[in-house]
Design a binder for this molecule. Sequence first.
Ligand code: LLP
Length: 458
Amino acid sequence: MLGWRLAGKSPIFSAAEDAEVHSLAVIRPPSFAYRRILSAATHYAEQQLFCDGVPLARLAEDYGTPLYVYSATAIRARLRAFDAAFRGIPHTLCYSVKANSSLAILRLVARAGHAFDIVSGGELERVLRAGPRSAGKIVFSGVGKTRDELSMAVRAGVLLFNVESASELRALAETAMRLGRRARIAIRVNPDLPAKTHPYISTGLRQHKFGVPIPDAERLYAEAARHPALRVAGVSVHIGSQIADVRSFRAALERVASLVSRLRRAKHPIRYVDAGGGLAIPYNGTRRDFRRQFAAYARAVSQPLRGLGVHLLLEPGRSMVGPAGVLLTRVLYRKTNGSTRFLIVDAAMNDLIRPALYGAQHEVVPVRLTSARTVRKEKTDVVGPICESGDFFAHGIHLPPVSEGALVAILDTGAYGASLGSNVNSRLKPAEVLVDRRTARRIRRRERPADLIRLESL
Ligand code: LLP
């Protein structure tokens, strides 16, 4: 335990600094915010980053670094707000497991009464472990489901298969037939619409591998309807991820809505429309009220479906967990090469690959901000220890001086952080902690060297 206590208003901080601190508090209510405290050791006031009342510095002491820290309160608040935004239409929130597949987070989602979107047998296994009663609340997406995965999911009795090709439809039909079961299907359509996002995570154009072009889908529905082991139940679409302009979703759902009408005229019992996921989160600290953003998204998605009487399935991932997590890391070394100043931290691209893979810019902030008098920002690169220049978290950002041994937090890493983690350079995956009502719980222990070689033989 560190000897911190909360301090009252202090004249030590400049108005600008207070404003900066305030803005963090505003955009991430109520989870990751600075608090002004008095250091018991030095009696100086300073600002420290907290997660729901728990100082991140204490978590780093208790669990080591690098460390993922998630706020259960923030996740619940987002789930609740998202669900509320769709209150005008029958719907089910199917949390997209790929964003953060930690069992503890899946359990939290299950206990909040929500459903799941999965893309692999591994994710199915996780959901069944975390929420044993969730089997009937799973939608199974993905362009390359194996026959084994299809059988696992048919046996589990998932709610809906989002089928992405004629061949997959036949594989599913055969699998269900063999198991003596009937599988509910939606065809994932490819609306051939652009969405403004990184090309690697844009999925709704004809040249992408995803979905089935709408005219071909109509033929597939006819084929599915004839198969005794399949039950036509819905239409699905997913145009990509980190999409900020909700008009893209509206355009996709307009195409889906007219397809639903045509399918119903052809007597297909379309009950579900699965609108996929994809809503962006602000990574640059923009002050934005997520409730209003969810409301705008809900209007864009549901207005085109008005009057159809469908049950909407939603697959949000990032927007539920992204802002609810940080990656805490400690500065190992400072160095300057030529004119470039580096902070070499103990986290690396194996812990968080988004900057390397998509050029993603996550805010990096010091966990402690000391007296304003000493604060002159430095232009810095924040990099990890892996032997590739692609192993960076930030280039040329302006940070208050951060000394060796100090902590920094990489923000908005609750989604596609740990879940994209690897053992590159035989690095050990970090521990993960969930803070729930001021109590921190380790939900994954740090890997040990023995974990790395456990599955290998000489
Ligand atoms: N449904 C389907 C069928 C998906 O493919 C995805 C994401 C989602 C839902 C959830 O989308 P979200 O609400 O999280 O945007 N690794 C990338 C993101 C990959 C997203 C893949 N599919 C990143 O770090 O940005």
